[in-house]
Write a protein that binds this ligand. Structure first.
Ligand code: ACO
Length: 310
């Protein structure tokens, strides 16, 4: 009977129907979506840390207001995504606990430090640029709650990307020192950003099944290439040099890049990136210090319930 149901399920996917929480779905579909959506949620939450580091040091009130808004947006994205993951049957507490225990993944990119203000521009320009490239197709993902959450997330990400690019434009039109700071940030972030798209296609464990289920619409390498092609003209506009001297444009117009250091990616995923330990420690501290808020909310909910019953 399960085989018949799985065939029926695949037929719905093939017809571009949306799968909703109460629909029948293969256990593996539920599992891989819970994995991806929760990793995505953790990335948004951990992603607040590198930029949060610059809120008190933003160079002007306008920059500070934009950065504050951006970091708050990321918190909101994390919350929508936890809510979307919960519709698959795992509680937010369980998902968050797995992250705090270091058992769940979050994006490799957030394990790198933000050393100067130019890093904030570069994160907006490249990290959010890469996130948009990856997330726009997720608006058409087969799972309804995830696809719908992605629409608003993508609108906000596009504001984040512009905010970052504008910081880069300002720095690149500024003093020689500011321009050098922008170049230095690009030098440090370029390769880690290319790793955000995940391992090369032949090493992507989930790629094929996720494509068959229309969770993924493009492969890791396809999205990485689209991103590189979109970014090269932007770097040229800024007058910055991508730290890949071997890069060249082929006859199809695509920019071919040099091999990526997948050993570095592996190390970051294994918990040995420059900031993995700091990031988890910061999340654990925030979680512990927020315990009283969760307890107060629960106590309030209980009180309301007993009042309604009385
Ligand atoms: N950082 C950390 N882990 C990664 C990364 C990365 N950049 N890329 C891949 N991985 C992990 C996968 O999660 C998977 O691990 P798992 O089996 O333990 O879950 C493993 O490496 C193998 O990768 P794939 O088989 O290619 O995994 P998948 O098909 O899920 O593709 C991808 C990875 C593209 C990241 C996909 O999960 C995705 O699109 N996720 C949603 C977007 C997202 O999470 N973005 C977060 C960063 S953007 C932001 O938050 C601003």
């Amino acid at each position: 009977e399960d085989a018949a149901r799985a065939a029926e399920f695949q037929a719905r996917i093939d017809q571009d129907e949306r799968i909703e929480p109460n629909d029948w779905m293969p256990a593996a579909y539920r599992k891989t979506l819970t994995r991806q959506i929760s990793q995505h949620a953790h990335s948004e939450i951990v992603g607040m840390l590198p930029e949060g580091n610059w809120i008190t040091r933003a160079p002007s009130l306008r920059r500070k207001a934009a950065l504050l808004a951006k970091v708050q947006d990321e918190c909101g994205h994390g919350l929508y995504l936890y809510a979307a993951a919960e519709t698959l049957g795992t509680s937010r507490e369980e998902l968050v606990d797995a992250m705090l225990a270091g058992k769940a993944k979050y994006s490799s990119i957030f394990n790198y430090p933000t050393l100067t203000w130019a890093d904030i521009g570069t994160i907006g320009w490249l990290v959010d640029g890469a996130a948009i490239m990856n997330q726009i197709p997720l608006c058409r993902c087969s799972y309804g709650p995830y696809a719908r959450a992605m629409i608003r997330v993508c609108k906000e990400e596009s504001f984040h990307q512009r905010q970052g690019f504008e910081i880069m434009v300002t720095l690149c039109r500024g003093t020689a020192e500011q321009k050098a700071m922008a170049q230095n940030a690009l030098d440090r972030w370029w390769w880690p950003v290319l790793m955000m798209f995940g391992p090369p296609d032949q090493a992507s464990q989930h790629g094929d099944t996720s494509t068959r289920w229309k969770i993924k619409r493009f492969s890791n390498d396809e999205l990485r290439q689209k991103f590189v092609d979109a970014t090269v003209p932007q770097a040229q506009f800024l007058g910055l040099t991508i730290p890949d001297p071997g890069m060249k444009q082929n006859e199809n117009g695509n920019w071919e890049y040099s091999p990526i250091d997948w050993e570095e990616f592996k190390q970051v995923l294994a918990g040995n990136g420059p900031c993995n330990r700091d990031r988890l420690a910061a999340r654990r501290k925030a979680h512990e210090e927020g315990a009283w808020v969760r307890e107060a909310a629960m106590a309030y909910a209980e009180k309301r319930k007993s009042r309604q019953l009385a």
